[in-house]
Design a protein around this ligand. Structure first.
Ligand SMILES: Nc1ncnc2c1ncn2[C@@H]1O[C@H](COP(=O)(O)OP(=O)(O)OP(=O)(O)O)[C@@H](O)[C@H]1O
Ligand SMILES: [Mg+2]
Length: 334
């Protein structure tokens, strides 16, 4: 058992880990404690359902008195048979909210489709879905076939599933963890037979949806989005660690809103700084996938449901460049 494992090692997380039985502690792949909440990823290799349940119960029991909330994710047994073949998932995540995950996911999917890839898009933001708007599929409703959801078609060759395709707009959703996970799985396990790759637009942070993603959906890779701001970069580092510790390779980090091109004079300025994501990626030893500039047209086109990547010009090319790297990564990591 190594005591230096886990995020935030040497702090509160070590104290929490010490509360576990040795055989349970040995299975801790990561343990993060913050704001009265402990988030653990456990290696469940070789455990049957009963043993997994016992392990989880012990962890909740042991830590429950110390923190207000305990979140547990079990990593799938590596020797288990592969899940039924479906599309490979590329999860798009960030630590911080509002950095452009959804915009980037939509444009990445459209750019991949333009390159001839069969791509689908899952909006995993259960509370704050945005893909129906970004793809111009607002008002369309997903149907069900043989108990599974049928994706909604968009004009861009990218079928999609979002909570917005299920619930009435504006309807308040106040679901707790298990129900959120259930909702996510319904979207991911829809009729995606026609897709080879599924772009999954995650909500911000490292909560239930991310854990379900790691635990149940086994993404092929993760793309992490950050703005050049220090705070966003720190959170991006956390997101990279979450995926890495969860056994999901990081395809790379994208710097969004990098450099602002003034629509009037054309002068490029750096409102949030520049280059930070590239430096962070280097530090974390993950690839840097490039920059998407801050451009009012990107926001305007996103709001209008006509993704920038469907058009022409330098910003469309920036998304194409990103898509080319993701496609190359998928091909190189079959
Ligand atoms: N490169 C860009 N240039 C201009 N505006 C952008 C760019 N990227 C994103 N935006 C705008 O920034 C806002 C936030 O983007 P978006 O919703 O994609 O972020 P997000 O990371 O998905 O947010 P959340 O964490 O809430 O899900 C949106 O209004 C979007 O149009
Ligand atoms: Mg979003």
């Amino acid at each position: 058992m190594s005591s230096a494992e886990g995020l935030g090692a040497g702090t509160e997380s070590d104290d929490l880990k010490a509360l576990l039985r040795p055989e349970a502690a040995a299975r801790v792949q990561s343990l993060r404690a913050a704001d009265g909440r402990a988030t653990l990823v456990l290696d469940a290799t070789g455990l049957d359902a009963a043993a997994r349940a016992g392990l989880e119960a012990h962890v909740r029991d042991a830590l429950g008195g110390k923190v207000a909330e305990v979140r547990v994710a079990m990593m799938a047994d590596k020797t288990e048979p592969a899940p039924p073949k479906g599309p490979r998932i590329i999860a798009v995540g960030s630590g911080k909210g509002g950095v452009g995950k959804s915009t980037l996911s939509a444009n990445l999917a459209v750019a991949l489709a333009r390159m001839g890839r069969r791509v689908g898009l899952v909006d995993a933001d259960i509370y704050g879905p945005s893909q129906a708007r970004l793809l111009g599929t607002e008002g369309q409703r997903a149907t069900a076939h043989e108990g599974r959801l049928v994706p909604v078609e968009s004009r861009w060759g990218v079928p999609a599933l979002s909570m917005a395709h299920l619930s009435n707009a504006g309807q308040a959703i106040a679901w707790r963890g298990p129900k959120i996970s259930g909702a996510l799985l319904q979207l991911v396990e829809g009729h995606w037979e026609g897709a080879e790759v599924l772009i999954v637009d995650l909500p911000p942070g490292t909560g239930d949806v991310q854990l379900t993603m790691l635990q149940r959906c086994k993404p092929a890779g993760a793309v992490i989005v950050s703005t050049p701001q220090d705070l966003a970069l720190i959170d991006a580092t956390r997101a990279v660690e979450l995926f890495t510790k969860g056994g999901v390779p990081v395809v790379g980090v994208v710097e969004n809103m990098a450099g602002y091109a003034c629509p009037h004079c054309g002068e490029v300025s750096d409102p949030f700084g520049c280059g930070g994501a590239e430096a962070s990626a280097k530090e974390m030893d993950v690839p840097f996938l490039g920059r998407i500039p801050l451009d009012i047209a990107i926001r305007r086109e996103a709001d209008a449901g006509t993704p920038t990547a469907a058009g022409t010009g330098p910003q469309a090319e920036a998304f194409t460049g990103l898509a080319a790297q993701v496609a190359a990564w998928l091909d190189a990591n079959p």
